[in-house]
Design a protein around this ligand. Structure first.
Ligand code: FEO
Length: 169
């Protein structure tokens, strides 16, 4: 059984995951408008993954006897200066999400809520992958700089992303 405070915190994280989906979908729309279809595909896949993260929280809150509540989601930014700027934003956002997950783990430990602690472990591992993927793409984009051929190659590479995968290869 969830405490009221834990139920509220899990709902807050469900909202943060849904915001992540919204942020990445906004980046997809930005890239589509810039005719960078590969970057847009990667972002759409990432947005789907974030929806899945949100749904994991939804499912757990219900299973644990709580009530999932849909709070208002803030509007994300709509424009970025460059693909590098957007992926730096992805990395920064994922680092923030890692902090939120770690805070939840601490909260579960304080409350001796072992079931919630166990549920959150999947996200602890997932965040390592999320940050590593964003870091790798940022460093590749830094290598590419403003070279059009390099951006074209990155667009092709990221456009190969399949549902369920986050690798840039
Ligand atoms: Fe759901 Fe990208 O963390």
């Amino acid at each position: 059984m969830l405490s009221d405070a834990m139920e509220a915190a899990l709902n807050e994280q469900m909202k943060a995951e849904m915001y992540s989906a919204y942020l990445y979908l906004s980046m997809a729309a930005h890239f589509d408008a810039e005719n960078l279809g590969g970057f847009a595909t990667w972002m759409k896949m990432q947005a789907q993954e974030e929806m899945m993260h949100g749904m994991k929280f939804y499912g757990y809150i219900n299973e644990a006897g709580g009530r999932a509540v849909m709070a208002a989601i803030d509007a994300p930014p709509a424009e970025w200066d460059s693909p590098l700027d957007a992926f730096k934003n992805v990395l920064e956002h994922e680092q923030k999400v890692t902090g939120l997950i770690n805070d939840l783990v601490d909260k579960a430990a304080e409350e001796k809520d072992h079931a919630t602690g166990a549920f959150l472990q999947w996200f602890v591992t997932e965040q390592v992958e999320e940050e590593a993927t964003a870091e790798e793409i940022v460093s590749k984009l830094q290598m590419v700089g403003d070279a059009p051929q390099g951006l074209f190659m990155m667009d092709s590479l990221l456009g190969k992303r399949q549902a369920g995968g986050s690798d840039s290869e």
